[in-house]
Design a protein around this ligand. Structure first.
Ligand SMILES: Nc1ncnc2c1ncn2[C@@H]1O[C@H](COP(=O)(O)OP(=O)(O)OP(=O)(O)O)[C@@H](O)[C@H]1O
Length: 304
């Protein structure tokens, strides 16, 4: 029986023909035409994590360049979320190092993430539902606030200047993500797709060098996914942010990403361009539950 059944990654049409690669997705436009600088903003080396006896991932290398959109994909339980959670300091790895912007850590200090230029979103929404869109976006600048509480309460000039600058920054990202019309609405009153967009706005407001997106399109309709993909590209274009993207929709991944890393059972089995990865027998095998010889026999469609 195909193991694909356990993979939420494979849309039904991929399973229809055993001879069609689940990764065969036309790529309408290259995601990035500009040459990329070589220095990575994220350099993960030999990273391993276990929960007691359960290995979440092992000996993972991952390098993300400035302005790159780098997807991390893999079947359920492959270790994707655990990897992002470790990169953002929520979990302590048992081995390996994480380099961020010239600093190297065995465990990333979560309290310094914003200062390191890293922002993230979560698989499940983590917004202040009783606050407006604007206030939620402003909360993404809480760690950037320099004026002390007393200065803010007393309305001292430095605190007022900072508040004005932060508001302008928040309004600019709200405009970028086309949330202007909803600016003063309570987040809890918005449809789910818009709440995910607010979460993206909050992550972007501090203009991070590196953005970690854990399933930003989960639960979205095809139209909402297309919109969100456009906003992710706009963020990269306008802010220059490098993005690590965990996403189950392979079509989205293939269209958006510059490079893709594939995990399976906690191991990295491939890294390459979308075209390289979708032609890789080990990747096809992981998705279809075939051995590599069988996978080599699977028809792989051409990437544009
Ligand atoms: N907090 C935890 N405690 C114990 N085991 C965990 C924990 N989080 C993850 N795991 C285990 O680590 C492995 C990797 O899980 P992880 O959630 O990172 O995979 P994933 O690729 O993100 O899966 P999915 O696509 O379903 O979200 C799995 O075996 C999972 O059961």
């Amino acid at each position: 029986m195909l193991r694909a059944a356990r993979h939420a990654l494979a849309p039904p049409r991929w399973r229809a023909s055993r001879r069609a690669s689940p990764l065969t997705v036309a790529r309408p436009q290259p995601a990035a035409s500009a040459p990329m600088p070589s220095r990575p903003v994220l350099a993960v080396e030999g990273l391993s994590l276990a929960f007691g006896g359960t290995v979440a991932f092992d000996a993972i290398d991952l390098s993300v360049r400035a302005r790159e959109i780098h997807a991390v994909i893999g079947p359920n339980g492959a270790g994707k979320s655990s990897l992002i959670n470790t990169i953002s300091g929520l979990y302590a790895p048992r081995a390996g190092r994480i380099g961020i912007g010239g600093h190297s850590f065995t465990r990333v200090p979560t309290g310094r993430l914003a200062a390191l230029g890293v922002a993230r979103t979560f698989q499940n929404l983590a917004l202040f539902k009783g606050l407006s869109v604007l206030d939620n976006v402003l909360s993404g600048l809480a760690e950037a606030r320099r004026a002390g509480l007393a200065a803010q309460l007393l309305g001292l000039p430095a605190a007022r200047r900072e508040a004005r600058a932060h508001r302008a920054q928040a309004l600019s990202v709200i405009a970028l993500l086309e949330l202007d019309a909803h600016r003063d609405r309570l987040v809890g009153s918005l449809p789910y797709g818009l709440q995910k967009r607010v979460e993206l706005a909050r992550a972007l407001v501090a203009r991070p060098q590196l953005l970690l997106l854990d399933e930003p399109m989960a639960g979205m309709s095809a139209t909402e996914k297309a919109e969100m993909s456009g906003f992710i590209l706009a963020a990269r274009r306008s802010i220059g942010t490098a993005i690590v993207l965990i996403e189950h929709d392979i079509g989205v991944v293939m269209r958006l990403s510059d490079r893709v890393t594939v995990l399976d059972h906690g191991r990295r089995i491939a890294t390459g361009t979308p075209a390289e990865v979708q032609a890789n027998p080990a990747v096809i095998a992981a998705y279809l539950g075939l051995d590599e010889d069988e996978a080599a026999d699977v028809t792989v469609g051409e990437a544009a």
